[in-house]
Design a binder for this molecule. Structure first.
Ligand SMILES: *[C@@H]1O[C@H](CO)[C@@H](O)[C@H](O)[C@H]1NC(C)=O
Ligand SMILES: *[C@@H]1O[C@H](CO)[C@@H](O)[C@H](O)[C@H]1NC(C)=O
Ligand SMILES: *[C@@H]1O[C@H](CO)[C@@H](O)[C@H](O)[C@H]1NC(C)=O
Ligand SMILES: *[C@@H]1O[C@H](CO)[C@@H](O)[C@H](O)[C@H]1NC(C)=O
Ligand SMILES: *[C@@H]1O[C@H](CO)[C@@H](O)[C@H](O)[C@H]1NC(C)=O
Ligand SMILES: *[C@@H]1O[C@H](CO)[C@@H](O)[C@H](O)[C@H]1NC(C)=O
Length: 435
C-alpha cells in the first residue's frame, strides 16, 4: 500500500462551528439533603469500594460545581469535597443526569448548538452518524426511517434553519462497494469498521478523483486506488489529530494519490502516477490554499529484486526533488514512512535507504513494530490510526523545529527557515490535501 499525501489548509474559518465549549448554557440542578443524596453507595467500613455502575459513569456533557466553585467534568463520588466529614460513595446524581441525557438527546445537543453560535458564527451543517443500536430488533429497524425523518425535521425546526444541510453517514454494509488504506481488509473485503479517530469532520475535506472538494470520509482512496479493495489508511486519523493538536490550522484538505502495488519507478517524473499527482495537487489549490506537506508511504514493491532495492535511495531522492521542483515548493515538508513489511526479501535494504535519506525538511517515521493484517503486508486499522497520529505529531514538530533551529548561523538553513516562516504566515490561506 502506498498512501501518498499532500497536506494543505485553507480559509473556511467562517463555517467552523465550535460545538465543543458550549458549557456557558448549562441546565443547572441543585442536589441537596442528607447522606442518601450525598451518596453512600459502595461505602463499607468507612471505605468506598470504588465501583461506579455504568449508569453513573462520567460524560463530558455532565459537569459538577466543585467546593471551590469551579466547573469540572463530573465523576463519582459527586459530593466528595462537600460532604467531607463522612466517606462518600455513589449517590443518585450521576445516574439522574445520564438518564436525562439519554431520554432526550436533544436536551444536550440543541442547547449546545445554540450556545455555540451565540457570539458569532453560523451553523452550516449537521453531521449525523448513528443507527447501530437500531439494528437489534425488527421493530426498531422498521421504525427507523420515520423516526430519523422526524428527528431531522425537529432539529431544523428548533434551530430555525429549515434548509440546514444534513449529511448522514450510512452504517455498515453500505460502504462495501467502495473499492488506499488496507486496514480492515480481509480476503479482499473491507470490514466496514471506521475507528472514531477517522470519523468525518466538517473541517476535513478531500479532493475526489473528479477533482471536487468534498467532506472526507473513509476509505479515503476509494476512487483513486480502484483496482483493489480500499480500507482504513492513516489520512483521516492524521487530519483529525492535526486539528486536535493545532487549533489554528483551519481546514485540512487531503489529496489522495496513493495506488497499491506500485514501485518507485512507476512514480518517476513523466509517468502517469507522477503526472496525475501533480495535476491533482495543482487542482486542489484552485480556489485558495497552500500545499503544506507530502505524506509518503511506499516501497513494498521495491523489495523483490536486489537491483530495485539497491536503486531505491537514488530513485526516491529524485522523486522528492522533482515533486518539490514541479510544485515550486523547494522546501515542501515531506514525511515518509519506513517500511514495516514488503513483498520481497530486500526489506532491510529499502528500509536503510529510507532511514538514511538526508534531505532538508524530510522526516522519516518508522512503521516497524506496528501490527499487520494476516496478509503480513498491510497495517491493521489500529496501526493505521497510530500512524496517522505519528504523522501529524511529526508534521507539527518539524514545523516547530525548522523555525526554532539554529539555522541563522548557516546560510542555506536560513533561507529554508525564512521560507517555512513564510509558509506559516500563509496559514490562513492554507489547504491540506491528502492523497
Ligand atoms: C437512606 O434511605 C434508606 C432507604 O429509604 C433508609 O432506610 C435510610 O434510613 C436512609 N438513610 C438516612 C441517613 O436517611
Ligand atoms: C467490616 O468490618 C467488620 C468488623 O471489623 C468485619 O467483620 C467485616 O468483614 C468488614 N467488612 C469488609 C467488607 O471489610
Ligand atoms: C480548593 O481550594 C483549597 C483551598 O485553597 C485547595 O487546597 C484545594 O486544592 C482546592 N481544590 C481544588 C480541587 O482546586
Ligand atoms: C479467508 O480465506 C481463507 C482461505 O480462503 C479462509 O481460510 C479464511 O477463513 C478466510 N477468512 C475470513 C475472515 O473470511
Ligand atoms: C515497476 O512496475 C512495473 C509495473 O508492474 C514493471 O513493469 C516494472 O518492470 C517495474 N520496474 C522496476 C524497476 O521494478
Ligand atoms: C544546532 O545544530 C546542530 C547540528 O544540527 C545541533 O547538533 C545542535 O543541537 C543545534 N543547537 C541548537 C541550540 O539547536
Amino acid at each position: 500500500m502506498i498512501p501518498f499525501f499532500i497536506s494543505y489548509t485553507y480559509l473556511v474559518i467562517s463555517s467552523a462551528v465550535h460545538i465543543a465549549d458550549a458549557a456557558a448554557d448549562k441546565s443547572i440542578f441543585i442536589l441537596a439533603g442528607q447522606s442518601n443524596m450525598s451518596g453512600r453507595g459502595g461505602v463499607v467500613n468507612l471505605t468506598w469500594d470504588g465501583y461506579i455502575p455504568p449508569e453513573s459513569s462520567s460524560n463530558p456533557s455532565i459537569l459538577r460545581l466543585t467546593a471551590n466553585l469551579t466547573w469540572e467534568v463530573a465523576a463519582e463520588p459527586l459530593h466528595r469535597d462537600i460532604d467531607v466529614a463522612k466517606v462518600c460513595g455513589v449517590g443518585p446524581g450521576m445516574a439522574f443526569a445520564n438518564s436525562l441525557l439519554k431520554k432526550d438527546s436533544r436536551f444536550g445537543m440543541m442547547r449546545r448548538a445554540k450556545a455555540a453560535v451565540r457570539g458569532e458564527g453560523v451553523v452550516r451543517g449537521f453531521l449525523w452518524y448513528q443507527g447501530e443500536s437500531d439494528t437489534l430488533n425488527v421493530e426498531d429497524a422498521e421504525a427507523y426511517k420515520s423516526r430519523l425523518h422526524r428527528f431531522f425535521v425537529d432539529v431544523r425546526t428548533d434551530l430555525h434553519l429549515p434548509l440546514l444541510p444534513v449529511i448522514q453517514v450510512r452504517s455498515g454494509r453500505a460502504f462495501s462497494s467502495w473499492p488506499s488504506g488496507r486496514g480492515g481488509i480481509l480476503n479482499g473485503t473491507w470490514d466496514n469498521y471506521i475507528p472514531p479517530e477517522s470519523y468525518p469532520n466538517l473541517a476535513i475535506l478531500r479532493l475526489s478523483a473528479d477533482l471536487n472538494r468534498q467532506l472526507a470520509t473513509e476509505p479515503l482512496h476509494r476512487d483513486i486506488d480502484t483496482t483493489k479493495a480500499c480500507g482504513i489508511g492513516p489520512g483521516m486519523a492524521f487530519a483529525s489529530w492535526l486539528l486536535r493538536k493545532d487549533s489554528t490550522i483551519g481546514v485540512v484538505g487531503l489529496v489522495p494519490c496513493a495506488v497499491g502495488g506500485t514501485n518507485i519507478s512507476e512514480w518517476a517524473r513523466g509517468g502517469e502516477l507522477y503526472k496525475g499527482m501533480i495535476r491533482r495537487a495543482q487542482a486542489a489549490l484552485e480556489g485558495g490554499g497552500t500545499i503544506r506537506g507530502l505524506l509518503w508511504y511506499q516501497g513494498e514493491s521495491d523489495t523483490v529484486s536486489r537491483e530495485d532495492a539497491e536503486s531505491y535511495k537514488t530513485r526516491l531522492q529524485s522523486f522528492f526533488l522533482h515533486v518539490r521542483a514541479d510544485l515550486l515548493l523547494p522546501v515542501l515538508p515531506i514525511i515518509q514512512v519506513a517500511l514495516a513489511s514488503g513483498e520481497g526479501q530486500y526489506i532491510e535494504t529499502v528500509r536503510e535507504a529510507q532511514l538514511g535519506m538526508d534531505l532538508v525538511n524530510l522526516r522519516t517515521i518508522d512503521a516497524k513494530g506496528l501490527s499487520l493484517e494476516p496478509d503480513g503486508l498491510h497495517l491493521t486499522t489500529p496501526s493505521q490510526v497510530s500512524l496517522g497520529k505519528m504523522l501529524a505529531d511529526t508534521f507539527l514538530q518539524s514545523q516547530h523545529l525548522s523555525i526554532t533551529s539554529n539555522a541563522s548561523r548557516t546560510p542555506p538553513d536560513f533561507v529554508t527557515n525564512l521560507f517555512v516562516r513564510f509558509l506559516r504566515l500563509m496559514h490562513l490561506l492554507t489547504l491540506f490535501i491528502c492523497s
